[in-house]
Design a binder for this molecule. Sequence first.
Ligand code: HEC
Length: 476
Amino acid sequence: MQDSRCQAPRFVPVGFLVARLFGRSRFTRSGKAFPAILAVALTFMLLMPEPSLAQVQTYSCTTAFGPVPIAPVLPGLLLQSLKTVANPVLPNGPVGVVRGDLTDYIANQAAAIQLGKALFWEMQAGSDNKTACATCHFKAGVDGRDRNQLNPGANGGWDGFGYGPNYTLISNDFPFTTLPTKDVDNIVGSQGVRKSQFMGFSKSGAELTSSVADPVFSVSGVNVRQVTGKNTPSAINAVFNHRQFWNGRAQPEFNGVNPFGNRDGTAHVWMLGSTGSPVQIDIHIPNASPASQAVGPPLNGVEMSAAGRAFPDLGHKLLLAKPLGLQKVDPTDSVLGSLADTTTGKGLTVTYRSLIQQAFQPKWWNYSKRMPVGSYNMMEDNFALFWGLSIMLYEGTLVADSSPMDQYLLTRVFSTTTFDPVTGMPLLVSDNPAMALPSLNGRCRRRRRFRFRPVSEWDVSGVTWAQRLLAPRSGT
Ligand code: HEC
């Protein structure tokens, strides 16, 4: 979030524009933007009418900081189709061998992707048995719902205009701020679960929760679903992010327990030691921000969880449950179809236990007694490790590399002798006319400013990438 004492630069950074096209890269305080996407972002200047927009911009701060550079000049790279960019978590593809450094954990990548997909879509992961990751990342990887999607923002109030819990958004609500008449700091987020407290399990293994009075998300004293204070970014192409979340807090290294990576020295997992007994160790899996991210929402009291639930509790619950047992699974699903229970019409024919046993090396689960600490067994205690890594591998399959833009980028031909005097980038000498979109008139083609919006949905039947529509921005 921008410091209120700083004034934003006059121009939208070019990286932001391109980041909108290919998931988002991450501009962090430490300046560690995800290199591949940030670098290609700079090349967007080729497509912009005024190349000087890509020059370094600074925030001017009135106190304390002084000028803060926000966009270091990086060597330009040509904007490329995602088809040509290596997949950071599935370098050999979904059916190829697993990434080298993951072999210590993953025994069978295909099984891990099945496990990750099942967990991502699993309604029973929510304390309310209704909220899955996919609940908020359902439409082209984001959230297309319009009712009860408002959070009151930093000032804690609803700011008039009829806003409040259960409000249904309409297009006229936007933009929220049109000074001097309208200044609304509400945030369009995503509805998660009702405020509640985790109370353990019933004898049959059902999760028990107790409602907690909610002063913000309630109507006439009855709790409604709480709404996140941030907008939901896409899970599609998220594997390309060096860190995850708007503020980059999901770390690149996965510690097997929570989003905080190497920053949390207290995070331990169990491993079978040389004597065959479990020992507690620290792990640091590099380039694994999707795994760090994935272990956040399941315990979050707004997104998916009753307060006080721990990951082994979730493991305990899901290991007793039928995977996707409350949901229909399409038998033609590309990943889970072969496991769909067509007899009952709901869920999978395998258990989470067997998927974990296939997907992960035995040293992370093969011990049936209780752990020396706590009351759970090894598979339950290491559940965050299985959850994070399997969802990361599944998200490796969520790459939208065949959008019209990707296809177009594959067809360009650049000069080897003529270069842009400002950027040093080679000039475009040939476009494949077949790829030119019909609605692009001469002026738009020349200026090449596009806006992108997702048009297709994504569902459990296995359609796993977004189609993007390219259209000229009106007035340019
Ligand atoms: C209640 C809605 C909700 C649920 C459920 C949910 N998310 Fe999200 N997701 C969000 C929001 C909101 C953010 C942004 C949060 C932030 O930046 O602080 C987010 C961020 C992300 C990101 C980061 C993308 C980026 O560009 O930084 C990924 C990946 C993601 N979620 C995947 C998941 C997975 C995996 C699960 C399940 C374990 C999940 N989400 C559950 C709403 C949700």
